[in-house]
Design a protein around this ligand. Structure first.
Ligand SMILES: NC(=O)c1ccc[n+]([C@@H]2O[C@H](COP(=O)([O-])OP(=O)(O)OC[C@H]3O[C@@H](n4cnc5c(N)ncnc54)[C@H](O)[C@@H]3O)[C@@H](O)[C@H]2O)c1
Length: 252
């Protein structure tokens, strides 16, 4: 029997990268997965792959930065699943630009997706998550919440806020036995990091400086999300788990 048998999960941004890997793993472990993405074709492709593994779920189009879109998303999840046990706030974007070149539109887009998106999805999912004890919220933050690269101020601010939101929410939702945790991935091989990883020097540098001597894969994050979604973590809340091969431990 799978570790998520009988559970219903919603994973935002699961048309690609880390979210897709989480959706596929959760489905392999027995969950029905609502695959939500603003990219319809990508969401549908993830659902096809879930079905090819013998799993089930839904593909839904939503822009999690918009309240009306999130409302429709959760109405559809409720209509089709009736229950929701696991919410993964994964959808995110980054804008790598010097602080002086980051305009209002950049700040709005990054904060609306990475922070407000998680807030909107959590607010609308709460009624369903409260229906049973032991529900799980997993927020995909970043090592950028506490370690920094240049030209990433908006992204770092959004992920730092998401980590704080997770801890604060864990306290507030504990009376409902809803567990809120977050994951801080380091450099993971996805569309988001493709431009950097396309550079041979960058790959070499990252492999050299990462204590575990490799770049992360989406599956490295998905397996930690599975732990946080399963009953194995039932006494864990408000916690952040770093998944970076030890990179953020380094002083030099
Ligand atoms: N890749 C990394 O190295 C890394 C490191 C740390 C944290 N993260 C975080 O992991 C999460 C997933 O990133 P990824 O690397 O898999 O990126 P990705 O670009 O491969 O996937 C992101 C997905 O989110 C979707 N999305 C973006 N904005 C959306 C919106 N408003 N509404 C609905 N869907 C939306 C995209 O369509 C895409 O399918 C993000 O929150 C990112 O910040 C990634």
């Amino acid at each position: 029997m799978g570790r998520l048998e009988g559970k219903d999960a919603l994973v935002t941004g699961s048309g690609s990268g880390i979210g897709k890997s989480i959706a596929l793993l959760f489905a392999r472990e027995g969950a029905r997965v609502a695959v939500a993405d603003r990219d319809r074709a990508a969401a549908e492709q993830t659902l096809v792959e879930i079905q090819q593994q013998g799993g089930g779920g839904l593909a839904l189009v939503a822009d999690i930065s918009k309240a009306d879109s999130v409302e429709q998303l959760l109405l559809e999840v409720e209509r089709q699943f009736k229950t929701l046990h696991i919410l993964v706030n994964n959808a995110g974007i980054s804008r790598r630009r010097a602080f002086e070149e980051l305009g209002e539109e950049d700040w709005d887009a990054v904060l609306a997706t990475n922070l407000k998106g998680a807030v909107l999805c959590t607010r609308k999912a709460l009624a369903l998550l409260k229906k049973q004890s032991g529900s799980k919220i997993i927020n995909i933050a970043s090592v950028e919440a506490f370690r920094h690269a240049r030209k990433m101020t908006a992204y770092a601010a959004s992920k730092g806020a998401l980590a704080s939101l997770s801890r604060s929410l864990a306290l507030e939702l504990a009376p409902y036995d809803i567990h809120v945790n977050y994951i801080c991935p380091g450099l993971i091989r996805t569309e988001m990091t493709r431009p950097y990883l396309a550079r041979w020097m960058f790959r070499k540098y990252m492999r050299h400086w990462t204590p575990l001597r490799r770049v992360g894969e989406p599956e490295d994050v998905a397996s930690v999300a599975l732990f946080l979604a399963s009953s194995d973590s039932d006494f864990v809340t408000g916690e952040g788990i770093t998944v970076d091969g030890g990179l953020s431990l380094r002083l030099f």
